[in-house]
Write a new protein. Structure first.
Length: 301
């Protein structure tokens, strides 16, 4: 409230600059307010942001990188002349407290208690990248001439193996050097794709208007083309083709119906059998009746 009252140019009637000095001393409050309630113990409440993904030991839940907490900050030691700060915060999902502290030697944060780190760190040695020289190795390079000679031979061998890769990287960088030409090429391709998409949309709209469709038409894919090429559709014969086939069948049919295939022929055959004498009408010989046709069963005596 001191800053707000000072900003608003409000001073109480009994405020004496010579006696009080500032509005904070007049109100007997600290400029940091509630954040400094444990300042006598060397603890300052700050807004802390989680530096990496962790697993809480209390509730076993995942806490993502960037989640913010009100943490108690205090000095835990020094690394040479760099202070080491420790942060204590309460998990927002349970009653467990998590403690982290800075690691100036490794330029990182380490978990003291209450959680475990989700391992997602980049291994430089496994990915064949250059590793920073350790302090012990650096001191040995400065003091031991033989170790320095062996180290130099190994570095030159590593350089010879890395020369082709470096050449490829330099060639790729030169290919991307002319950014104006690359930008022009990209914009040209974008305009062509935009024109193609506009033409496809116009064709789809025309097809919808012609067929009276209200559903959106999807873009044709290569898999659809291959599937359509495997299918064969046979359309039914047209009216003209059916009429032509019917005329051909009528023209090839006999003008006179066969005696065995028509009802009239069957009737004449029966009449010829009933008249007897083996002759039909007009004296024409008729075929002999068969026992099976007349329902007669012939038995042997």
């Amino acid at each position: 409230q001191g800053e707000r009252k000072g900003t608003n140019k409000y001073y109480p009637p009994d405020f004496d600059p010579a006696k009080h000095g500032s509005l904070n001393k007049y109100h007997h409050s600290h400029p940091l307010r509630e954040r400094a309630r444990k300042l006598a113990q060397g603890i300052l409440v700050i807004r802390f942001e989680m530096p990496y993904n962790i697993w809480c030991d209390g509730c076993k839940n995942h806490i993502g990188m960037g989640v913010r907490y009100n943490a108690e900050k205090k000095k835990a030691g020094t690394y040479y002349t760099t202070p080491i700060y420790r942060f204590r915060m309460k998990c927002h999902l349970c009653v467990n407290y998590i403690e982290l502290q800075t690691d100036p030697a490794g330029c990182d944060y380490v978990i003291v208690s209450g959680a475990r780190r989700k391992e997602e760190r980049w291994d430089l040695e496994a990915n064949q990248q250059l590793l920073p020289t350790a302090r012990e190795e650096k001191e040995k390079l400065e003091s031991d001439a033989m170790f320095r000679l062996e180290h130099g031979v190994a570095d030159r061998a590593t350089l010879q193996r890395a020369v082709p890769t470096l050449a490829n990287l330099q060639q790729a960088q030169r290919a991307w050097k002319d950014d104006f030409a690359l930008n022009s090429q990209l914009r040209r391709r974008f305009r062509e794709e935009k024109k193609t998409l506009q033409e496809e949309e116009e064709e789809a709209a025309a097809l919808q208007a012609r067929l009276g469709l209200s559903i959106p038409l999807l873009r044709e894919e290569e898999a659809d083309r291959r599937l359509a090429s495997l299918l064969k559709y046979h359309s039914p014969d047209s009216y003209e083709e059916k009429q032509r086939l019917k005329r051909t069948e009528i023209a090839a049919r006999s003008w006179f119906p066969s005696a065995s295939g028509s009802r009239a022929g069957e009737t004449l055959r029966k009449l010829g059998v009933a008249l007897g004498g083996g002759r039909g009408l007009k004296g024409a010989p008729s075929p002999s009746p068969t026992p099976t046709g007349l329902g007669i069963i012939r038995r042997k005596t």
